[in-house]
Design a protein around this ligand. Structure first.
Ligand code: FRU
Length: 335
């Protein structure tokens, strides 16, 4: 028995002399080394002291997504034990599917995904869950509920508020162009549904609508068609600020001054995008769609520490108009 104790002591001394403490592994990662082996997670193994999160972003072509990654980076920087590996799927579904599978093969500790489309990303997320890797789904949804936690804004509420605001702006009647987000991504359907609820009972009608895939150049092109086909357009409901801005540019470039009479409404309200457009008088309103980046890291930390987290976290919104933009907009109570 004494011999066992002595051998253990000698081994412990050697380990500390050679500097093989788990901390050393964390430093490798900080200096850009390979993905760390931070413990096995098997019963009886020492608890992990550092974690790798794989973040799959559906694209970085839109300012809102650049902001989401920034928010994640800033929040993660407060946890030195976290390393976040970012991948950009460049708006390609197959690339995003492959990214999730790469994260599984690499054995990351947790995955955050902001999926381009719901259906095709459902299976890769299920594979991660099956491999024991928790998954936080951010902003756009997948099918079903095989994930750890969903974090996002209430798109039905946001759409409804946009509709209600337009009813006020137009005095209850008018002709509207709706420039939708990508149909196969969940916020587009939800923002449409909410908007229809918001204008219900009014004399507002949608005279033109198109799937603009969340992209400003497509929205601008579709608005060109709307302008040439429709003599009367009172407002444009863009499912995001880039779409509303694209519509404004189309109206301006038409050269008939219609950008001055049409009311443009968008969604996202980034300070340097939608909120700025409201300040400049380009948009009549925008509704905040928070990125959830900070919340994703908070939830990730809890999951990694073994704490339970809610299945869904719904983020709030704010309405920005020329009247309230200087005061930071108006908080909209949860619906
Ligand atoms: C960015 C974006 C945002 C929009 C969100 C919806 O890709 O189009 O503008 O609010 O995605 O998922």
């Amino acid at each position: 028995m004494k011999r066992v104790v002595a051998v253990t002591m000698v081994l412990a001394a050697l380990v500390s002399l050679l500097g093989c403490s788990p901390r050393a592994k964390t430093e490798d990662v900080a200096s850009g080394g390979p993905l760390p082996d931070t413990g096995t997670g098997e019963p009886g193994a020492s608890p992990k002291d550092s974690f790798t999160i794989g973040m799959s972003q559906c694209n970085l072509g839109e300012p809102w997504r650049v902001q989401m990654n920034e928010d994640i980076k800033r929040a993660a920087a407060e946890h030195p034990e976290l390393q976040v590996v970012f991948k950009d799927a460049q708006n390609k579904t197959e690339q995003q599917q492959a990214q999730v599978r790469e994260f599984i093969t690499q054995g990351v500790d947790l995955i955050i995904i902001s999926p381009k489309e719901a259906v095709p990303l459902t299976e890769p997320v299920a594979e991660a869950m099956k491999a024991g890797i928790p998954v936080i789904v951010l902003d756009r949804k997948i099918e079903g509920d095989n994930y750890t936690c969903f974090i996002g804004g209430d798109n039905v509420l946001i759409g409804r508020e946009a509709g209600k605001h337009l009813v006020k702006l137009l005095g209850g009647k008018g002709k509207v162009v709706e420039l939708k987000g990508l149909e196969t991504s969940t916020p587009a359907g939800e923002r449409h549904q909410g908007f229809m609820e918001g204008i219900k009972g009014s004399n507002i009608e949608i005279i033109f609508s198109a799937d603009c895939q969340w992209l400003e150049p497509i929205a601008q092109k579709e608005m060109n068609s709307a302008l040439s086909r429709c003599a009367q357009i009172d407002a444009v409901y863009g499912h995001n600020d880039p779409s509303a801005h694209g519509a404004y540019m189309a109206a301006k470039q038409e050269g008939k001054g219609r950008e001055k009479t049409i009311k443009f409404i968008g969604i996202d309200a980034l300070p340097h995008e939608g909120v700025k457009y409201v300040e400049e008088g380009i948009l009549s309103a925008t509704l905040e769609y928070p990125t959830g980046g900070k919340e994703a890291i908070e939830v990730a930390m809890k999951v990694l520490r073994g704490e339970t987290v809610p299945k869904t976290i719904t983020l709030g919104t704010r309405l920005f108009t020329p009247d309230n933009v200087a005061q930071g907009g108006l908080a909209i109570p949860a619906g």
